[in-house]
Design a protein around this ligand. Structure first.
Ligand code: CUK
Ligand code: CUA
Length: 660
């Protein structure tokens, strides 16, 4: 109808692209030969010299041009040096026949939706969602007492921003016990129990406002490690609020069982993404704000930021020696460059200069190198982890620095010597040879094997079990931030586009196989072979401290002048009580056990006008507490379609008027 009404404001897309590419050319020229400049911003952020509308339009226009032209006016024109033909894999390979199972579990972060999604690979079918930092009325998470108390104890926020899911490891391989994930928004770390696929602990980490990077310490999950991205005063109690020089960033180590913060390390600059070496010693974290600025111009000013290598045993030793300051109950060790703990033979934190506002850190499968994507530099810096301990020259620990393309963000691996790096600005995946990158000169493009166009603007990429010591290859998922024209329009907030790419054993060309729309906004994912996950289909009551309710236990008990406890079972197709009566103003605790022992027979307990709905899975016991404010009759009904008589599965709560 009115789709042309803005036409007069819209510039010729080709002009916008030309302008955009010219900006990038300037950026590149300057990255190659940075001009020393002590006062000004040393380079414009790509896109920022255009206004945001133009930047987005430029992307959209490029998108509309499709894969034929790619997004890469700057990388030799046509995008795919390896060509789009593939001798291995085909679109059909990813289809999983009706009734068949996927071979891999994919665990997707849900970004600011707060949830996790479980996706089968290679089909890309979404299997379920796990509420973590959000509430979820389908499961009752955030409604039941158990989940509500956990959320309240963890700060009582209604949302979170989860970016980095990590599977627990034993001997460097996934043990199927837990998944840990960060909350960037509120400085929290959550633990998901992979027996029941549910969140069982959330810790609100003291002294940290945002936790961005999140990883487990390989090979045995000794700690969950969180990066404080936003610098803030320590403690953040109003002191120095207006004095950014006094702000600091922290790394935290959380015990995976108790979920308590064990220690923190304060550093210069900030901390973005992290990963660990394979031997349990090094935590490697990127820093894009070595300038310690509070605004974008300052944060992007210097041509080099750094990567920090935390020496975990040395930090533990410092804590043991009492070399810390306790802040809000957590030992905080000083890891700034000036710290006495960084002056001797064994500094607790090594600072390695790295170009330019680096983003990801991913440690390769054999643990030799950490790969740090340059973001505003078109390179990936490879840190030689084996040299970290003994070298005092930061440059000596850089093993290679290939030029991969524009806007490199994340790198993944196929286990056969190849690295794959996402290029946010080029909208491509660059596949390159790790050994060749070690041998090639800094900034060389020789290690590049091929580039695959993706749609559009990828962040994380992840190949099967790429974070273990033994990646499986075969499939790679590229989590693109934008989908633009790839799906039916669904209004202005469009889905992301997670694309499945066949990589095989790495010998054949990459092949784009499937688009998968994703609700905002996954950042990362991690995969485990199905043999490594052992999900129970029915609860074992021994796993929870809840009193199991038998049919004979159903009843109402007054527990106080204004409180009652109601117990009832659920089974096909009735509640344990056809009705029960409480007094107006009573605080009602309703406890239900699903006494079914058959898999997949879930009952729901919904109470209209009381904002209550939750699921009770077979052999699970759940309870809710609410106040019966208004007299009347309230039908309680089952929300899971459990049998042919599901609609008849009802009970009545009768609330008698209070006596005056
Ligand atoms: S960050 Cu989002 S694309 Cu939070 Cu892992 Cu890189
Ligand atoms: Cu029980 Cu429907």
């Amino acid at each position: 109808m009115s789709q042309h009404s803005n036409e007069s404001e819209i510039r010729d897309p080709n002009d916008v692209i030309d302008e955009y590419e010219q900006t990038l050319d300037e950026v590149l020229a300057e990255v190659d030969a940075p001009e020393p400049d002590d006062d000004g911003v040393s380079l414009d952020l790509p896109g920022l010299s255009l206004n945001r509308r133009d930047f987005m339009k430029a992307g959209a226009a490029v998108g509309a041009m499709g894969a034929a032209a790619g997004c890469s006016g700057l990388s030799n024109g046509s995008g795919s040096p390896g060509g789009s033909q593939s001798d291995g894999g085909s679109a059909a390979d990813h289809l999983v026949a009706p009734g068949e199972h996927d071979e891999y579990y994919g665990f997707w972060s849900g970004g600011h939706s707060g949830e996790l999604r479980i996706v089968g690979i290679p089909s890309m079918r979404e299997l379920t969602r796990i509420p973590v930092f959000n509430t979820d009325c389908a499961s009752g998470y955030g409604y039941t007492d158990r989940s509500t108390e956990m959320l309240e104890d963890a700060g009582d926020y209604t949302w979170g921003d989860n970016h980095h899911p990590n599977l627990s490891e034993t001997d460097g391989d996934y043990d199927g016990e837990y998944l840990f994930v960060n909350d960037k928004a509120n400085g929290r770390i959550a633990r998901v129990n992979l027996t029941y696929f549910e969140t069982d602990a959330i810790t609100d980490v003291p002294n940290m406002q945002a936790i961005h990077g999140c990883t487990v310490l390989s090979p045995d999950t000794k700690y969950v490690l969180g990066n404080g991205e936003f610098r803030a005063p320590l403690p953040n109690d109003g002191t120095d609020a207006a004095n950014p020089d006094e702000y600091t960033s922290l790394l935290v180590a959380v015990d995976p069982e108790s979920m308590q913060a064990q220690w923190q390390v304060k550093v210069d600059g900030n901390l973005d993404i992290n990963d660990t070496g394979k031997e349990g010693r090094w935590v490697i974290a990127s820093c894009y704000n070595s300038e310690e600025a509070t605004a974008i111009q300052g944060m992007t000013k210097d041509d080099r930021d750094n990567v920090k290598a935390f020496d975990v045993p040395a930090i533990e030793q410092a804590v043991e020696n009492g070399n810390y300051e306790e802040v809000n109950g957590v030992p905080v060790v000083d890891g700034t460059q000036e710290s006495p703990l960084n002056q001797g033979d064994r500094p607790i934190v090594k600072y390695v200069p790295t170009p330019k506002s680096p983003h990801c850190v991913e440690v390769g499968p054999n643990g030799d190198y950490a790969f740090i994507a340059g973001k505003l530099s078109p390179t990936v810096t490879m840190l030689d982890i084996n040299k970290l301990a003994d070298s005092s020259d930061p440059e000596e620990v850089v093993a290679g620095r290939p030029r991969v393309g524009l806007g490199p963000l994340h790198t993944t691996f196929d286990g056969n010597g190849h690295a794959y790096t996402s290029l946010f600005i080029d909208s491509q995946v660059a596949k390159w040879d790790i050994q060749q990158a070690v041998e090639a000169e800094t900034g060389s493009e020789d290690p590049i094997i091929e580039k695959q166009d993706v749609h559009y603007n990828p962040g994380h990429i992840q190949a099967l079990e790429a974070m273990t010591t033994d990646p499986d290859g075969e499939w790679l998922v590229c989590l693109n931030k934008l989908s633009k024209d790839r799906f039916l329009p669904v209004g202005p907030i469009m889905p992301d586009n997670d694309q499945l790419i066949h990589i095989g054993d790495g010998e054949s060309s990459m092949e784009l196989v499937a688009d998968h729309p994703a609700y905002p906004e996954p950042h990362d994912c991690v995969f485990a072979h199905r043999d490594k996950i052992d999900a129970k289909k029915v609860y074992d009551p021994a796993d929870y401290e809840e009193t199991y309710i038998e049919e004979a236990d159903s009843g109402v008990e007054r527990t106080g002048e204004n409180s009652v406890e109601v117990k009832m079972t659920t089974k096909r197709s009735e509640f344990g009580l056809p009705d029960f009566t409480v007094q107006q103003g009573d605080e009602v605790t309703l406890k239900t056990t699903n006494i079914e022992s058959v898999q997949d027979i879930i009952h729901g307990v919904a109470i209209p006008e009381h904002d209550i709905n939750y699921a009770v899975a077979p052999q699970d016991t759940q309870h809710v507490t609410f106040t019966a404010d208004d007299p009347g009759v309230y039908w309680i009904y089952c929300t899971y379609f459990c049998s042919a008589l599901h609609l008849e599965m009802r009970s009545r709560m009768i609330v008698e008027p209070a006596e005056d």
